[in-house]
Ligand binder design. Structure first.
Ligand SMILES: NC(=O)CC[C@H](N)C(=O)O
Length: 235
């Protein structure tokens, strides 16, 4: 982090469904509100990814754009190199699946970036609706709330931990949701996830800045949103 936080939105032209770009806005806002300068960079799929970013964000996408994004990210190689240098990666849905060894798109098995120990196949039906559950206690976060819409199911290897135990929705397989390892975290939660889960945004900011904690913010509005969404699923 040289003089400020660089937040990179990866391939807005391919991976950006259900308001996932909001994750970038939330991170920049919550950093600046703590006096941490933050710069946002949007990198299209025909451009090289910068490797000095502090946080890389990937969103959801339909099968075709997802497969193309994976191919271009594999050719580019920058995301894997940045993560190997301990950049933070936060990936949603299609972006989450393509960080693993393989995923399915339009019936074909596609190679992923193999950055985390997951693989995805197809489920018996599309998972659409609210997604909620209890986050891995080692992360110290309140329950997660999000919205999911995916056909894939994700299987976790021993190299990653699930992000949460599902209480509503499907996530990876109806039992667990998302995965994390070191400074890479993936989830099926749209919403956008970081607007619905500001504590998760702050965790990513702590990982990126090396801070143990960040000063409190007025979270009246996000708290209202969380209460409304969690009440809707009986929590
Ligand atoms: N919303 C998404 O990103 C969908 C991801 C993937 N194409 C699937 O259906 O599983």
């Amino acid at each position: 982090m040289n003089g400020g936080l660089q937040i990179v939105w990866v391939y807005p032209d391919l991976l950006s469904t259900y308001g996932d770009r909001g994750n970038m806005l939330i991170l920049a806002h919550r950093a600046r509100a703590r006096g941490i300068p933050a710069q946002t960079v949007e990198v299209r799929s025909d451009q090289r990814l910068p490797e000095q970013g502090d946080i890389y964000l990937l969103g959801g996408g339909e099968d075709g754009p997802q497969a193309l994004a994976a191919q271009r990210l594999l050719n580019d190689g920058g995301l894997a190199r940045a993560a190997a240098n301990r950049a933070v990666v936060f990936a949603v849905c299609a972006g989450y699946q393509l960080l693993g060894s393989s995923f399915f798109a339009k019936g074909d098995k596609c190679p992923g970036l193999d950055m985390i120990d997951i693989s995805s196949d197809r489920g018996p039906s599309r998972a659409v609706g609210e997604l909620a559950g209890d986050v891995d206690p080692t992360l110290g976060l309140p329950p997660l709330t999000g919205f999911e819409n995916h056909g894939g199911r994700t299987h976790l290897g021993p190299g990653v931990k699930p992000l949460l135990r599902v209480t509503t929705g499907v996530g990876n397989d109806g039992v667990t949701e998302g995965a994390w390892s070191e400074t890479i975290l993936g989830t099926y939660a749209h919403g956008p996830a970081l607007a619905r889960n500001p504590a998760l945004a702050d965790l990513l900011l702590c990982w990126a800045t090396g801070e143990q904690s960040l000063g409190p913010l007025d979270d009246t509005w996000p708290d209202r949103l969380r209460a409304e969404r969690l009440t809707a699923v009986g929590r």
